[in-house]
Design a protein around this ligand. Structure first.
Ligand SMILES: CSCC[C@H](NC=O)C(=O)O
Ligand SMILES: [Zn+2]
Ligand SMILES: [Zn+2]
Length: 411
């Protein structure tokens, strides 16, 4: 078997790390063998049984300076093989150079690019001033609660003395690299309605279905108001509050489907909500209680807040992208030194583990070096072109060498 950057990427893509049963053990062993070959220290932490977190370390010449951490997640979202042109965990390199695999963009590319960049820097004789850590964490795709959330609060993490974090970003369809300074905070909202049951032929007020449908209407109006702001060009998708229905549950089951002539006494709906760091969570909570699931319509609700909204010092979870953040110009210049250009920093529409690092007050940027690439994370036929992948390694050589050489004493 050949041993090239692309061959190693393909091998990493072939581990089936899809939820709900991600294989964590085999990719971790593979990464440890890669770390050994490159000459990096490796240790496995287990904050939750069977959910390993792999930490690789390249010691700096001045280990008393805060370190830099490069993060990626081990797990992937599921894929529907019948809807792919190649099996999602075969990691097929097509004749046009496209590498098809679940995880090719999200985010096994950066996982291996970090290692390839360090391999090349070592071969060039580069030694970092600051210690460089690479973390491979479990469970990002399901919220990170058994992975990064515990890691960021651990003694082990504290001891790393991390000054700056790079985590995953998203592909860019144009010529400029995208960079993300914040995530939106995810909430799960379940609304439930109750009402009188009755014959399917009766018209009466306050049935569970009627109560739920009214809420769905109100929520849909709010969703449209937010989407209109995006459509008019006033804000980007990730700058407004999104609320999307993800399930509806009602009806009385029968062997052939549902009973048709009974109006049910209970009905519920689930929504995915995302709040940009500028949103006021209390206002949305008030809206939910008074308009979306009001007790006067016999409604109750459950709000699942999936992670922090503000940091330990009660500031919004945002990393500054101006010169008041000393890491920002270092990062930006590293991209430019590699011949790249950054587009205007953005909020990420979805959510990553970076929020747990930002919660600790550590500056963290989301970045995945993929330009001229369609955004295919969580989609069918996720792919990354070989040339884009290889170019990303060069970009990280510049980024890792610049960040690890940054002299600022107090950061
Ligand atoms: C509930 S947090 C889930 C995190 C997940 N991350 C990637 O897709 C997301 O849905 O954004
Ligand atoms: Zn991801
Ligand atoms: Zn994902």
């Amino acid at each position: 078997q050949e041993d090239t950057p692309i061959a190693r990427f393909l091998r990493y893509l072939q581990f089936n790390t899809a939820h709900p049963n991600p294989n964590y053990a085999d990719p971790v062993s593979f990464l440890i063998s890669q770390a050994n070959a490159i000459g990096l220290q490796a240790r496995t932490l287990e904050f939750t049984p069977s959910k390993p977190l792999l930490l690789l370390t390249w010691p700096g010449s001045n280990p008393s300076l805060p370190s830099v951490l490069f993060n990626s997640h081990l797990d992937s979202v599921p894929a529907e093989p019948s809807k792919w042109i190649y099996p999602p965990f075969s990691a097929t390199l097509a004749p046009d150079g496209k590498i098809y695999a679940r995880g090719a963009q999200d985010d096994k590319c950066i996982a291996m690019q970090y290692l390839e960049a360090i391999r090349n820097l070592k071969a060039d004789g580069f030694t970092p001033l600051r210690t460089v850590h690479i973390s491979y964490v479990p469970d990002e795709e399901i919220g990170g609660f058994d992975g990064s959330a515990k890691f960021a609060k651990s003694k082990e993490f504290e001891d790393l003395n991390v000054g700056f974090v790079l985590d995953e970003g998203q592909a860019s369809t144009g010529d400029e690299f995208r960079v993300f300074y914040a995530d939106r905070s995810p909430w799960g909202l379940i609304i439930k309605a109750t009402g009188d049951p009755g014959h399917g032929s009766r018209l009466y007020d306050n049935g569970a279905m009627e109560n739920l449908m009214k809420s769905v209407e109100v929520i849909t109006k709010f969703r449209e108001s937010q989407f209109d702001i995006v459509k008019s060009g006033e804000a980007m998708n990730s700058e407004v509050i999104s609320v999307n229905p993800v399930y509806l549950k009602a009806g009385i089951p029968s062997p052939t489907g549902f009973v048709m002539n009974m109006q049910p006494s209970e009905a519920e709906a689930g929504f995915d909500l995302r709040l940009p760091p500028t949103a006021d969570p209390d206002l949305i909570k008030k809206r939910i209680a008074e308009e979306w699931a009001p007790a006067r319509r016999n409604m109750t609700y459950e709000l699942i807040e999936k992670g922090p909204i503000r940091d330990d010092l009660d500031r919004p979870l945002m990393t500054l992208t101006n010169d008041s953040n000393p890491w920002w110009p270092v990062f930006k210049q590293a991209i430019e030194a590699a011949g790249g250009k950054l587009s205007r920093p953005e909020i990420l529409a979805s959510t990553t583990d970076a929020r747990f690092m930002r919660q600790r007050g550590i500056p963290a940027l989301g970045f995945s070096p993929m330009i001229n690439t369609p955004i295919l994370l969580h989609d069918h036929n996720e792919f990354l072109k070989d040339t884009v992948y290889l170019r990303g390694i060069e970009v990280y050589e510049s980024v890792i060498s610049s960040l690890s050489s940054f002299k600022g004493e107090s950061y």
